[in-house]
Design a protein around this ligand. Structure first.
Ligand SMILES: [Zn+2]
Length: 303
């Protein structure tokens, strides 16, 4: 779901009308031509944990300062990304309306620069409160009435953004039957392009572990046989890590807010899509961190 912050420029108004008119949650080709954004470059954000009070510190980190720094970093890029994907835990802890007011205020320079923002929700968000905070940007007919899901078209791939928020401020997450059924159909309807699935909670492959996505096995039954699904991208652990399972890339995005472990990198990930894969580059807050500036060139699994 493209999410724009006021004031709405004429261009944005026209674009929103186009989206509504087409009945699709996609970015019209008009935008790329209009703003010369790169349709294959995407800024990946996760776990911003912004509190109402912008001076709030957690684990020695001011989360608002961290988000401000990445917003500045994206704005300073030589070529504009097609959009920004924020993978949940937008809010500090409880998903308060005041948290979202600060959060959206910090993102406003990106919105004003014409960048669409697309969100998923994490366990520190509150769905109803979030929807209240972005009410002007919610589509009239969202793909699923009960969840924050969207499909975002990129040049070489489609992003499928899921909602694993179960209970606010409780650690585990779940997709549920209705969302998984929707995902299966949505993936089958778009099998002509690589599919990249984004969800806040990490997939859990250890039996009995209850901190990540509780219906991981059911999700994998959907993703693994559909060979056009190339990557599962998640956050939640505040850890930057690349692994794979049967060729499906598993990308754990770093937190923008704070790390649980001080040695972990924080920052955002610059994603550049190719027809046969993608490159990911971490832009760390600490430019002396070994992960900073490292480009991982990844290839899609065979169809
Ligand atoms: Zn988090």
């Amino acid at each position: 779901m493209p999410f724009h912050l006021p004031p709405v420029s004429r261009r944005e108004f026209l674009r929103r009308s186009l989206v509504a008119g087409a009945g699709l949650l996609t970015i019209p080709a008009l935008r790329a031509a209009d703003l010369k954004a790169d349709p294959n470059r995407w800024a990946l954000f996760s776990d911003t944990h912004v509190a109402a009070d912008a001076s709030m510190i957690r684990f020695d980190v001011n989360m608002a300062d961290h988000l401000r720094a990445v917003v500045d970093g994206v704005r300073a890029l030589s070529s504009s990304p097609a959009g920004v994907l924020v993978n949940g835990d937008c809010a500090f802890n409880h998903g308060l309306a005041e948290d979202y007011a600060t959060f959206t205020g910090l993102l406003k320079p990106l919105s004003e620069a014409g960048l669409p923002l697309h969100m998923t929700l994490g366990n520190h968000d509150d769905r109803e409160v979030f929807w209240g905070a972005i009410k002007d940007a919610r589509p009239a007919a969202p793909p699923l009435a009960s969840k924050q899901v969207s499909i975002v078209e990129a040049g070489h791939a489609n992003w499928f953004m899921l909602d694993s928020l179960d209970v606010t401020n409780k650690t585990p997450g779940v997709l549920g039957d209705e969302q998984r059924t929707w995902l299966s159909k949505a993936l089958d309807a778009r099998a002509d392009k690589p599919a990249l699935v984004m969800v806040h909670h990490d997939p859990v492959f250890i039996e009995g572990k209850k901190t990540g996505l509780l219906d991981t096995a059911e999700l994998m039954e959907i993703l693994q046989p559909r060979r056009h699904v190339k990557a599962l991208i998640f956050g939640h652990t505040h850890t930057w890590r690349l692994t794979e399972q049967d060729g499906l890339l598993l990308v754990n995005l770093p937190a923008i807010g704070y790390p649980f472990n001080k040695a972990e990198v924080t920052g955002w990930v610059d994603c550049n899509l190719r027809p046969d894969g993608m490159s990911l580059e971490v832009h760390a807050h600490d430019t002396a961190h070994p992960a900073h500036g490292k480009v991982s060139r990844l290839n899609w699994r065979a169809a």
